[in-house]
Write a protein that binds this ligand. Structure first.
Ligand code: SF4
Length: 376
């Protein structure tokens, strides 16, 4: 691989106001990195523009340090819900591969990792196995299981090994008013803030003051230290006409997951009314995503169909709300079978791996248990 090593890459490429801002981000990163302790850094990496720029700046800072000072480990950690939009999943994987393939040649103390939900927590095992209705704003059971828990486990492991960990996030104040409120709520005027829920984990937001324009300007005028270009990233945003689903590591960040402000999410996401990013991808030529979009729409539709839902919840109880309305329970076993058959048929049609054999085995185990409970 032809790797371009140019620590001054980013600074040189941009106008002076922004260059000053980036210089100060790099100085801040360096100052934090050379602190006299070995607490590892964990970069929350989604493959979107903000975390890509963050990883690039961290790499540039490390490359500017003499190798003997590159002593603290930096983890680049992405989360894969296993139902990521295929275009985004493939972009993320190719960037992770590039990063992983570059670290030896660059002599960087970097570990690349991808976290996935436990088999019992995947989208399909819950939706098709347990019959959970496709997620909605009122019952969004997925974010915790598919994003927060896997990432938290990774961070917790590092905290257990090293006593502490520093989580670097590419969040920015200018991203949205909601994000600005969240940034303000947790900041204490210090560089590092205690993580909302993870003990001994500190959050560091090095690019919090950059604007969206500055992020794009920097990316467009530089190339990543791990090789390649940012062209695919730019094209992906252009085709999706959307924002990104950030790496979610705690519940306070979760509201942005599955909303219109954050649309690089799961292809199965039924929290939003319409999957605008999938629609834009299809318009831009990704015709093979069309069956997936139709399937998502169908999952959303059947959630409202009482005949496909059980009357009782999984605990066998009826669920009435304040005004006496009965809230239906999970999908019936028939409906679950129908969803699985349709998904497996589509998987063949589009030649994409959409559900694993392991998930199908877990689903069938749950069905067998449910059947025996029903007949008991
Ligand atoms: S993008 Fe949607 S389906 Fe995926 S975790 Fe977020 S809310 Fe759930």
């Amino acid at each position: 691989m032809n790797i371009v090593v140019n620590p001054a890459n980013t600074q040189a490429a941009v106008k002076s106001g922004l260059a000053d801002k980036l210089k100060s981000v790099l100085a801040d990163l360096r100052d934090e990195y050379v602190q006299p302790h070995s607490t590892p850094w964990i970069i929350g990496f989604s493959g979107g523009k903000d975390s890509t720029l963050l990883a690039q700046l961290v790499f540039e800072m490390l490359l500017a340090l003499p190798p003997r000072l590159r002593t603290r480990r930096v983890h680049v950690v992405a989360n894969d819900t296993l139902v990521e939009s295929p275009v985004i999943a493939s972009h993320l994987q190719s960037v992770l591969d590039r990063i992983a393939g570059s670290i030896d040649a660059l002599r960087l103390p970097v570990t690349v990792a991808k976290t996935v939900p436990d088999i019992d927590h995947t989208f399909w095992v819950n939706l098709i196995g347990r019959g959970y209705p496709s997620p909605s704003r009122m019952f969004r059971w997925c974010t915790d299981r598919m994003k927060i828990i896997p990432t938290t486990e990774y961070i917790q492991n590092q905290v257990d090994k090293s006593g502490q960990a520093i989580l670097l996030l590419g969040v920015r104040r200018a991203e949205s008013s909601q994000r600005a409120r969240s940034v303000e709520r947790y900041e204490n005027g210090e560089r590092l803030n205690a993580h909302n829920s993870l003990k001994n984990c500190f959050v560091y937001k090095p690019i919090v003051e950059l604007t969206t324009e500055e992020v794009w300007q920097t990316l467009l005028q530089s190339s990543p230290p791990w090789g390649g270009t940012h062209r695919e990233l730019v094209t992906m945003y252009r085709n999706a006409g959307a924002g990104e689903c950030p790496l979610v590591t705690d519940k306070s960040e979760a509201p942005s997951c599955g909303t219109s402000s954050s649309r690089f999410g799961c292809w199965t996401c039924t929290v939003v009314e319409k999957d605008k990013s999938a629609e834009s991808f299809i318009e831009s030529g990704y015709g093979d995503l069309e069956p997936l979009l139709e399937f998502r729409d169908w999952l959303k539709e059947i959630r409202e169909d009482g005949s496909m839902r059980m009357a009782t919840r999984r605990n066998g109880k009826l669920n009435f709300v304040g005004d006496g309305r009965l809230i239906p329970g999970p999908f019936t076993l028939d409906a679950r079978r129908q969803i699985l058959d349709k998904l497996v048929a589509m998987q063949v049609e589009v030649s994409l791996a959409l559900i694993s054999d392991e998930e199908i085995a877990a689903i069938k185990r749950i069905w067998a248990e449910d059947l025996s409970n029903l007949s008991a």
